[in-house]
Design a protein around this ligand. Structure first.
Ligand code: NAI
Length: 320
């Protein structure tokens, strides 16, 4: 068997590591040699309260196995304090797993400002704060591995989770841009889309699945994304039950809604072409913004090379 992947000399910050998925990430990385900051606010699943117990328990578990770990009890909203704990305790930060999370599920009509803000503050702003605090250190040392935690609820939507799915899809956007900005500094940012048994999912996942969805089945996927030999940057990896697969955004082949460059587009043109607009049979992944924009240049060239049709759109001046 090939030699085991190690994280000796690496310092990892795992937010929300006092329970569930984060705990397994912290334990695995520590077992493989990393020094770990076990961050956890220790509050309830709806974002209420705080306690030192969750983080302390995991630190004790790691130390009992001979690993190196320190507890941090700050909220991810104070991300700079969490990164400071890494610097004060271990002198650097190499790996940042943005994992802390809460739920405040309500149907859309009943979501309060507090339900919206708290979920966004923990998931989206929290990931921004910790990552921005770690960024200059990772840049300077020309190494960083960052994980964002999204959700199938973000990628697909989920009844009763408008606040959560919006924040979770926001993290995909953050991932996409950080992957671009970090590339030249060897800072890679990837996103995990986990499905696992935890206190967040005990009343959401079907009971027959719950026992089988051990968080330990996802930890190796996240650990691999955090390893120096993993070259992925910007990937979105769905994982659960020992399954893992990359996710991507796709765009259909599309259609020109007008025939020549001098034509306008009417609502009827859109209606008549709708089956082609929405046809995904020749869809291709949306990769870079340059590639996405280059497609529009091709569209314009095609239109310019077609002689004028003389077609008049009657309501052209109503809305221009
Ligand atoms: P969990 O509730 O077991 O763990 C989350 C941890 O985050 C808790 O220990 C909690 O105390 C901590 N936390 C909450 N707010 C915090 C804050 N402001 N600062 C620091 N720590 C805080 O839940 P689980 O399932 O392990 O969730 C981990 C992440 O995975 C979350 O971001 C969640 O949204 C995401 N996720 C989980 C899924 C699942 O199937 N379990 C599905 C999709 C996403």
């Amino acid at each position: 068997m090939a030699s085991k992947l190690r994280y000796d000399g690496r310092v990892a910050v795992v937010t929300g590591a006092g329970a569930g998925l984060g705990r397994t990430y912290a334990l695995l990385l520590a077992e493989r040699g990393a020094s770990v900051v076990v961050n956890d606010l220790g509050g309830g699943r709806h974002g209420d309260g705080s306690s030192t117990k969750a983080a302390d328990t995991v630190v004790q578990e790691i130390k009992a196995k001979g690993g190196k770990a320190v507890a941090d009890y700050n909220s991810v909203e104070d991300g700079e304090k969490i990164i400071q704990t890494a610097l004060d305790s271990f002198g650097r930060v190499d790996i940042l797993i943005n994992n802390a999370g809460i739920l405040r599920d309500r149907t859309f009509a009943r979501i309060s400002d507090q339900d919206w803000d708290l979920v966004h503050r923990v998931h989206l702003k929290g990931s921004f704060k910790t990552t921005q605090a770690a960024w200059p250190h990772m840049r300077k040392q020309q190494f960083g591995r960052i994980i964002m935690t999204s959700s199938q609820s973000g990628l697909c939507g989920n009844f009763g989770q408008a606040n959560y799915s919006a924040a979770k899809f926001g993290l995909v956007g953050l991932n996409n841009t950080l992957a671009l900005e970090g590339e030249k500094y060897n800072i890679h940012c990837n996103t995990i889309v986990p499905t696992a048994a935890s206190r967040l999912t005990e009343d959401i996942l079907p009971p027959e699945m719950f026992a089988e969805l051990r968080p330990t089945l996802i930890a190796p996927v996240v650990a691999w994304l955090c390893h120096e030999s993993c070259e992925d940057n910007g990937s979105i990896i769905d994982s659960g039950a020992g399954f893992a697969a990359q996710c991507r955004m796709y765009r259909g082949a599309g259609v020109n809604l007008r025939k020549t460059i001098s034509d306008e587009v009417s609502i009827e043109d859109v209606r008549d072409s709708w089956s082609q607009v929405t046809d995904m049979s020749k869809a291709a992944p949306l990769t870079t913004i340059q590639a996405a924009t280059a497609n529009l240049m091709t569209v314009l060239e095609e239109l310019r090379s077609t002689p004028a049709s003389g077609k008049v759109v009657e309501d052209k001046f109503i809305y221009t």
